[in-house]
Design a protein around this ligand. Structure first.
Ligand code: MEV
Length: 327
């Protein structure tokens, strides 16, 4: 028997970085998903087929044995390995596993690829071994894997990937599911520069340590932008969402997480008539996001392409993690 689990990526509309400290992040699940297929093995190996990314290998204990691709690729699998092992520990079952990983979420781009992969790994492993996991258990176990990649992440990524839709998330408080239907006219632009969330979060923390009062003021302003942003989203007030995105981008630049490639894409989108645009996710590369009149989605996409970004017109995904038995 094998099991397939899928989970969506995400885009943060407001509140990245500030959410690590306080105040809400407003986040949507997007229609790009990670898919994990899990099968039991007769031995104790945990084998990963990531052939879309050009590698395959297995862990025997903690030792990685490459089958295709370089040995260092094993480091990239640590989050999934932890997610699978914590799941087995939690449900008090153990087995060797074959895990096949497929995803159409760009990697290391701020779109929640690692969280989606961890969430889907937990869900697939839990279902395969009859763990009967609740959504909250899947979310919490995925967080254990996320910590391997990001240090101490806020938890926003694993929550949105588990629950889908539109969420307000606050560290230490949890999620509020936002009653919202349909789409938003959003374009994501990928700068195609990979970056590490862990490093960017550490950079903001170091800046805050050096300038606590100033940076705390910026964090509070970002929280206020998020709260106003949520009201504007509920009211579908696109021009107001745009204004708040522009302000949020300025605040994120102030804490040092934008780069010129992102600024160029943000300005290209605004120049093509978007109501507003900002970086999304940890910054330092990765993606920006713009809100526009629905009639201008194509213009904004073309402007992002012309500025050497990779545009994606995205829809909100109302399906969080999903699991099915393949027989
Ligand atoms: C990463 O998707 C968002 C950050 O706020 C980090 C976090 O929340 O853990 C930059």
């Amino acid at each position: 028997m094998s099991v397939e689990a899928t989970a969506p990526g995400k885009a943060i509309l407001f509140g990245e970085h500030s959410v690590v400290y306080r105040g809400p992040a407003i986040v949507i699940a997007i229609d790009r998903r990670a898919k994990i297929t899990a099968k039991e093995r007769d031995d104790e190996r945990i084998r990963f087929d990531c052939l879309d990314l050009g590698f395959e290998g297995y862990f025997e204990g903690d030792e990685y044995h490459p089958v295709a691709g370089e040995e260092w690729r094993g480091n990239r699998l640590q989050a999934m390995l932890v997610a699978a092992r914590k799941t087995m520990e939690h449900i008090d079952k153990t087995s060797g596993l074959d895990l096949t990983v497929r995803s159409d979420i760009p990697i290391a781009a701020g779109l929640g690829s690692s969280a989606a992969i961890c969430v889907a790994t937990v869900a697939a492993t839990g279902e395969l071994l009859d763990g009967n996991l609740s959504q909250q258990e899947i979310c919490d176990l995925a967080y254990e894997g996320e910590k391997m990649v990001h240090g101490t992440p806020s938890g926003v990524d694993n929550n949105i990937s588990t629950y889908g839709g539109v969420l307000s998330y606050e560290t230490g408080v949890g999620i509020e599911k936002i009653d919202f239907q349909g789409g938003l006219p959003l374009v994501i632009g990928n700068s195609k520069r990979k970056r590490s969330t862990r490093r960017l979060v550490a950079r903001v923390r170091a800046l805050r340590d050096r300038n606590p009062e100033l940076v705390d003021g910026l964090i509070d302003s970002m929280g206020e932008v998020s709260r106003k942003g949520l009201e504007a989203i509920k009211a579908r007030d696109y021009p107001m969402i745009g204004d708040l995105m522009n302000i949020n981008h300025g605040l994120l630049s102030s804490v040092g997480v934008s780069i010129s490639r992102l600024d160029i894409l943000v300005h290209a989108a605004r120049g093509a008539g978007a109501y507003g645009a900002k970086l999304t996710g940890a910054g330092g590369g990765g993606c920006m996001i713009a809100i526009t009149d629905p009639d201008k989605l194509r213009d904004v996409s073309r402007a992002i392409s012309r500025s050497r970004g990779e545009p994606h017109i995205v829809n909100i995904s109302y399906e969080g993690v999903e699991t099915r038995r393949l027989g």
